[in-house]
Design a binder for this molecule. Structure first.
Ligand code: GTP
Ligand code: MG
Length: 318
């Protein structure tokens, strides 16, 4: 059964649903009535659509189950992008994985944007050199994408800076709705541009600025949740892409006991990202990365360096 075969769902409504990330019977069956009402649909027809999607799944031969072998085959396609630092790669189990969201969080200047730039270069390298031979999409919410830094990093790797820049597709997101829209668009461009990496730098800045105060917090969390699931389903899973999202930590000098190292966005972001890496500044160019959350890797720390040539292993001890 296809989405446009659901009762009351014509081509237009199907398009609307897909655009909002409800692109499968499973996604529609799991949606709440209010989520679909937000798309301008009436309550009665929304209930009908959700019920029909649930029935459609139940009647499908496999009912959304795949065999363990199918799951294994999909996992065998996972690629890893080198960070530029062997130590950091080791911490991450070989590099930044596809089919997953990796959250980089930390204070200003901790190296989140630098690492995102480096990965946008490295994803382009051939597989035997730690890349995927694919291009990068960069959703820039803070206007911190710097082509000059890409040139520095490319030159250090003896790559043609112009070619490397051509394979990074940058879009500036002006507000949170625009950011979500760009993530949807990224799904459409994934095949055309042979995208292996999507960066959202930073994930929360617009949401944070637009939704202030307690009353709007639930609304904000719901929107972020949707954004994250879209990144996972439409990009990471469907196109075997690696997703990097960056996130600031809270600074709440007014709350004495608040954890100053907690990432913004609370539980939602944490639960929807596969890997979480906490970055902090150390002496000089040195940075410390801590793997906080991962499905199968041990927690641990390593030191790396941000240099003009890019991300490297740290020289000497700190
Ligand atoms: P926010 O976005 O402000 O939260 O910070 P961030 O974590 O994204 O920090 P970012 O990755 O932008 O790190 C900036 C830091 O990287 C600078 O303070 C420098 O220490 C370092 N850096 C940036 N460019 C260069 C460079 O060309 N050479 C060297 N040696 N260091 C650089
Ligand atoms: Mg930054």
């Amino acid at each position: 059964m296809e989405i446009d075969e659901l009762p009351g769902v014509g081509e237009k409504v199907a398009e609307k649903l897909k655009e909002a990330g409800f692109d499968s019977l499973e996604a529609i069956a799991a949606a709440s009535i209010s989520e679909l009402k937000d798309l301008g649909l009436g309550e009665a027809s929304v209930s009908k659509i959700i019920k029909a999607a649930k029935d459609g799944i139940k009647n499908a031969p496999q009912m959304g189950f795949e065999t363990g072998l199918d799951a294994l085959k999909k996992r065998e396609l996972i690629g890893k992008i080198t960070t530029g630092s062997d130590e950091l790669n080791k911490l991450l189990g070989g590099g930044v994985e596809t089919q997953a969201i990796t959250e980089l969080y930390g204070q200003f200047g901790s190296g989140k944007t630098q690492l995102a730039h480096q990965l946008s270069v490295n994803v382009q390298m051939p597989e035997d050199e730690g890349g995927l031979g694919r291009s990068a999409l960069y959703i820039d919410t803070e206007n911190t994408f710097r082509p000059e830094r890409i040139q520095d990093m490319a030159k250090y790797l003896k790559l043609d800076p112009v070619e490397v820049l051509k394979n990074i597709h940058v879009a500036r997101a002006y507000n949170s709705d625009h950011q979500t829209l760009l993530a949807e668009k990224a799904g459409e461009l994934a095949e055309e541009y042979n995208v292996g990496l999507v960066v959202v730098d930073s994930l929360m800045s617009h949401f944070r600025a637009e939704y202030t105060g307690r009353g709007t917090l639930a609304d904000r969390q719901q929107k972020i949740n949707k954004h994250m699931h879209l990144l996972q389903r439409n990009l990471a899973d469907r196109h075997n892409i690696s997703i990097i999202v960056t996130n600031q930590v809270m600074s709440r000098p007014d709350v004495f006991f608040a954890d100053p190292t907690a990432p913004v966005g609370g539980h939602i972001v944490g639960h929807t990202s596969t890997f979480r890496v906490y970055l902090r500044k150390s002496k000089g160019d040195k940075r410390v990365a801590k793997l906080v959350d991962s499905p199968s890797l041990p927690e641990g720390e390593c030191v790396f360096e941000v240099t003009t040539g890019g991300i490297k292993d740290a020289k000497g001890k700190d």
